[in-house]
Design a protein. Structure first.
Length: 319
């Protein structure tokens, strides 16, 4: 049995780096830090953040060292196998050279790959030049229920797909790109895309959009309300799949005789696809480990993230 262990580091100790797992006392795995800590084949070595409070929280949680910069960390840890960049694309600039010197097997980026296609190409070029694999945390690609739903759609469990409605908020690149990436995984690249409304929102935008496939359309809409929104309805001949609460629940609705209007059918929930979204980061860590150990395919890599970035760029073109 191959018991090899790989070292890991987390750069950026905000929500996805550590914060989400500080906010609960359950066994959920929602951050890079906890995913690496919990994996038997990965040894978390250190964390990095300029914020001293976040560093102290990381040290208490992980019992690992924390540094104010990756450059400082590299003096104590000149090499590491896995580096997670849990920072925004615009904050990665000074990290690339140091990361290259540390010779990781894989760098894990939080989505998106970049904000512009030209910048995304530079990231891919950096990875190729330095012979470093890129993973991008479109975490639904690491979650098993994603592939159960994909198979149900491909096998026409409820008949052919008639249309898809996406409702989201929290920014086009920050959140909608997750669902656009999922649509590419399920249906491939659309033949045409466009936006129908765009509103600037800080460093991101709110955007309504359309993805056109030969036999159906996907419509995405930004719902600008206080409560977080992340849901998808897949409309089919004989029912619908309702992907809700950001993928924490997937319900199947099928046409059933209406108990009141006897000549008609109603959509009634008949089954739920089990999901593990609260633990999806475990799947990410396991895929990274299997790549490092066995060269197993990364489920969300630089190339797939580049396809998503290009599509996002096409949706927002002609602004």
């Amino acid at each position: 049995m191959n018991n090899k262990t790989f070292t890991a580091a987390v750069v950026g100790l905000g929500n996805i780096g550590l914060g989400y797992d500080l906010a609960h006392d359950k066994d959920y795995v929602q951050t890079h830090t906890k995913a690496y800590l919990n994996h038997k084949g990965i040894q978390l070595s250190f964390g990095v953040d300029p914020d001293s409070k976040k560093r102290k929280a990381f040290e208490r949680f992980s019992r690992c060292a924390a540094y104010s910069s990756l450059d400082d960390a590299s003096k104590d840890f000149p090499s590491v196998d896995i580096i997670s960049f849990c920072v925004a694309p615009e904050d990665r600039g000074q990290l690339w050279d140091t990361a290259a010197r540390m010779r990781p097997k894989v760098v894990v980026l939080e989505k998106p790959l970049a904000k512009k296609v030209s910048e995304g190409k530079q990231v891919l070029s950096w990875a190729k030049k330095n012979k470093i694999a890129l993973a991008v945390n479109y975490l639904r690609r690491f979650e098993p229920s994603t592939y159960v739903l994909k198979a149900a759609l491909e096998k026409r469990r409820l008949g052919k797909t008639l249309g898809v409605d996406i409702r989201y908020n929290g920014g086009f690149f920050n959140n909608a790109s997750h669902y656009i990436d999922l649509m590419i995984l399920f249906f491939g690249k659309p033949k045409k895309v466009c936006h129908t409304r765009v509103k600037k929102a800080g460093g991101d935008v709110h955007a309504d959009f359309v993805m056109e496939y030969p036999s159906f359309h996907i419509q995405g809409r930004s719902i600008e309300m206080a409560c977080p929104v992340g849901e998808i309805t897949f409309w089919c001949d004989n029912g619908k799949f309702f992907y809700q609460k950001f993928g924490q629940r997937i319900d199947i609705f099928e046409a059933q005789p209406d108990p009141v209007f006897r000549k008609f059918n109603e959509l009634a929930m008949t089954k739920t696809i089990e999901t593990t979204m609260a633990y999806a980061m475990k799947g990410m860590a396991d895929n990274i480990f299997q790549f490092c150990r066995d060269k197993e395919k990364l489920l969300s890599d630089g190339q797939s993230a580049m396809e998503t970035l290009e599509l996002c760029g096409n949706i927002l073109s002609n602004l």
